[in-house]
Design a binder for this molecule. Sequence first.
Ligand code: CA
Length: 235
Amino acid sequence: MDNAKETKKRIFIVEDEKRIARFLQMELEHEGFSTSMEDNGRRAFEKIVQGEYDLVLLDVMLPDMDGMEICRRVRELSDVPIIMLTARDDIEDKVHGLDIGADDYITKPFSIAELLARIRVALRKRQRTVSEAEDDSDKLTVRELSLFPARHAAQLSGQYIDLTKKEYALLEYLVRNKRAVLSRDQILQEVWGYDYMGDTNVVDVYISYLRSKIDEPSGEKYIHTVRGVGYVIKE
Ligand code: CA
């Protein structure tokens, strides 16, 4: 057991079979974890990406969005440890589960002892990753906005932001050059590459995407337009 001074690890149980979910909840709380439950795939996805859990137990077969899809989508946004619960002892499912970024899988029916062992392994692995990440000095910040270039991830006030690869690249370029006004051509060359054949409107379109994900939710202006020149991100 973790020592008592440590805050309880939060485990999110995503399982639509009520009896299994309640059994897991009871056993995990008995082991000193705090738990939340969700039986709907789509709602589960929305809650996971809020970033409030230390580990997710994710059933494969769920209403609205299956566990594989949830895992794949979560991995675009978050490194939260995920252990897949699969009803089928199907090697393809297992390989697929790990392939889409799950940390581990466990086949039903499983023993609680085996599940607890796997949870502890996943949490320790995560703890090491977090320590390494915290040692990293490549984090970039502008006010409440933090970028993690090694992971191509961004957070606003500690919450992960859902960014596409291109949106992230644009944001990183702006943040690395904060306070410098960047022209559309500079941005195009740097973010889209010299061989980009489209017109510079694409920059304006992506700036508007970033504003909707950063300026709007934060209620603050990060990305400024400099008329006739381009864009700048300001502290
Ligand atoms: Ca199920």
